[in-house]
Ligand binder design. Structure first.
Ligand SMILES: Cc1cc2nc3c(=O)[nH]c(=O)nc-3n(C[C@H](O)[C@H](O)[C@H](O)COP(=O)(O)OP(=O)(O)OC[C@H]3O[C@@H](n4cnc5c(N)ncnc54)[C@H](O)[C@@H]3O)c2cc1C
Length: 294
């Protein structure tokens, strides 16, 4: 939305993937905290091999981007749907006391983490880039502030460190509120008059919306996900440009719904990420490009 009104966006290629997200058919995806690995849990493949040890001196405790990438390659090579987090180094009572919500949540979906390894996959987690702002959340568009994950102050560089995001949300919000309060105190402030507008009455076909979203997600995951290449990004751009046309025609001709608005925003954001990624041939932080000619 900010991009459409002319706001500058930066660093969008730096999408952080979290390596350990719960994976089970029919269950929701949720994050399995890194603290488990801090306490001794290790990542293993379906054969029980600790494949991270061969890749990084910190093994399962390597940085998020390294672990996500290694799992991604392991799954591509094995054809398995997931790898596992093995908690057997910890005593069952310690796990239940120290990680009660993880224990309960996994149990709810049929995994007793004190007795069996947790099925995990990497998943998209955080956008280090976003709408370019100063420390008061100001963008280049007058009266448009961007605060939190949608904004980009540059704080997270190319790879966010754990726990810094919520701190940034709070500090940016405080600075922005102080700056706005000072400005409003000195000037007369008018809310803009919204234009009169009527939505078309025709409902968008929910099957088409679901299919578009699914295509968008699989395109981003396969071509602009953990590992990118120029060829993959070109293909993603082609698919997304066509998809954006389809979605725009829905948007103009159908009654607006939350799903339709989100879909239109999602395809635009995806295109911006792909564009930023294709302009940056250098792997750095959570943007990883291979130069393979497929
Ligand atoms: C599983 C998980 C665990 C995390 N753990 C940590 C952690 O331990 N420490 C840490 O620092 N960070 C953590 N993060 C990152 C952190 O939670 C997020 O970066 C942070 O919550 C972003 O806050 P936000 O207010 O900017 O955005 P959000 O929390 O995403 O809020 C944006 C809001 O805008 C609404 N919205 C979107 N589009 C529209 C629209 N068109 N109109 C109106 N409303 C709209 C959304 O519904 C949403 O409520 C974690 C993230 C995830 C996914």
């Amino acid at each position: 939305m900010a991009y459409r009104v002319g706001a500058r966006v930066i660093d969008l290629e730096y999408t952080q993937f979290h390596p350990t997200v719960f994976f089970k058919k029919g269950a929701p995806r949720f994050l399995i905290t890194e603290a488990l690995r801090g306490e001794g849990a290790v990542i293993v493949n379906a054969k029980g091999e600790r494949f991270m040890d061969a890749v990084h001196p910190l093994g399962s405790l390597a940085p998020r981007d390294v672990v996500s990438r290694t799992i991604h390659l392991e799954l591509a090579a094995s054809g398995e749907p997931c790898v596992f987090l093995d908690l057997s180094a910890m005593k069952p009572e310690f796990v239940r006391e120290r990680f009660p919500s993880i224990y309960e949540r996994c149990l709810k979906y049929g995994i007793d983490v004190t007795r069996e390894p947790v099925p995990i996959v990497p998943a998209g987690h955080f956008s280090c880039g976003g709408v370019h702002t100063d420390l008061q959340g100001r963008t280049n568009v007058r009266h448009l502030n961007a605060i939190g994950e949608t904004g980009c102050t540059g704080l997270h560089g190319a790879n966010r460190l754990a726990s810094t995001s919520l701190l940034e949300c709070l500090t940016s919000a405080k600075f922005a509120a102080q700056a706005d309060a000072a400005e409003i105190a000195c000037n007369v402030f008018h809310l803009p008059e919204p234009r009169v507008w009527e939505s078309p009455v025709r409902e968008a076909d929910p099957t088409l919306i679901a299919q578009d979203l699914s295509l968008l997600q699989s395109t981003m995951w396969n071509y602009a996900g953990v590992i990118r290449s120029p060829k993959r990004l070109t293909r993603a751009r082609r698919i997304l440009l066509e998809l954006r046309e389809e979605i725009q025609s829905f948007y103009r001709g159908c009654r607006l719904s939350r799903q339709l608005i989100e879909l239109r925003n999602a395809v635009q954001t995806a295109l911006l990420i792909v564009y930023a990624a294709s302009l940056n041939p250098r792997s750095k932080g959570c943007h990883y490009v291979i130069d393979r000619e497929e």
